[in-house]
Design a binder for this molecule. Structure first.
Ligand code: ADP
Ligand code: CDP
Length: 238
């Protein structure tokens, strides 16, 4: 009996503590690319919380919910079953068992997601889901979004807030879509930032203890290196 207890406590002493990394910021600052790469390098899980808000929005649109009607959204919010796969080399997202990774990236979903994500009942459900995923990540997790450092995981070991100029962000985003209009992309980004920053419930915001990294003039590799270094410093200090 005492041997088991001793074995367990010895293992607990040697196992590295799970590390929780929160990465927030507006669209096009490099959250997804950075978070996936950092998680892969450090052997951590990865969660794209924007994909979850996109998934619930996609379900609302498919199920005839008026996405301009917060009461209708609130009533339906608990119906879809959203499951996120947290392997950074192959993240997945399903809604009621159906792969949603493609359809959640359409222009229609992108233009409606801020209205759905502003509804408090939606945020409460998705926040609970995010916390349970983070808790289950044995080695730790990189969670990216808008309110991770402020609301979802306020006790995260390290919080990063990525920024970049609207011009750089629009150029990055339109670089992903052939033939896209740079000015229209920029306007759409600014509109979504304003909606996400202006909502009442857990708006897009930098946590007081987050490290801000302006990625405008950095390469993606430089941003990844910067975050990996910051995480390493935190772990060393633990
Ligand atoms: N520092 C950077 N320099 C140039 N391009 C970048 C940089 N960071 C990300 N990108 C590119 O910009 C686009 C948006 O990045 P992404 O990680 O999806 O941002 P976010 O998740 O913040 O919306 C992607 O095509 C990505 O490859
Ligand atoms: N933690 C989060 C993450 C995303 N969101 C919402 O989900 C939308 C899509 O997030 P995203 O991260 O996929 O957006 P992109 O940065 O990839 O364009 C945001 O515009 C927010 O409305 C949120 O409210 N809270």
């Amino acid at each position: 009996m005492s041997t088991t207890v001793e074995t367990v406590s010895a293992a607990a002493r040697t196992a590295p503590a799970a590390v929780i990394v929160a990465i927030d910021g507006p669209s096009g600052t490099g959250k997804s690319s950075t978070s996936k790469a950092v998680a892969a390098q450090l052997g951590l899980s990865y969660l794209d919380t924007g994909a979850q808000y996109r998934a619930i929005t996609w379900w609302m649109l498919n199920n005839g919910i008026d996405v301009q009607n917060p009461a209708e959204i609130a009533t339906a919010a608990a119906k879809p079953v959203i499951v996120s796969g947290t392997d950074p080399s192959a993240p997945t997202i399903t809604v009621d068992g159906e792969d949603a990774s493609g359809p959640i990236r359409t222009q229609e979903v992108t233009s409606k997601v801020s209205a759905v994500s502003a509804v408090p009942e939606v945020r409460a459900l998705i926040t609970e889901l995010q916390r349970s995923i983070a808790k289950e990540a044995e080695r730790g997790i990189v969670v990216e979004g808008r309110d991770i450092g402020t609301t979802v995981l306020p006790d995260a070991d390290i919080k990063i807030f990525l920024t970049a100029s609207p011009e750089a962000r629009a150029a990055r985003r339109s670089g992903e879509v052939k033939g896209s209009d740079l000015a229209a992309t920029r306007e759409a980004l600014i509109k979504r930032d304003a909606a996400d920053s202006g909502r009442k419930t857990s708006p897009l915001a930098k946590a007081g203890d987050a490290v801000e990294v302006d990625t405008t003039d950095l390469t993606l590799t430089q941003v990844i290196e910067c975050v990996v270094t910051l995480v390493g410093e935190k772990q060393a200090a633990k």
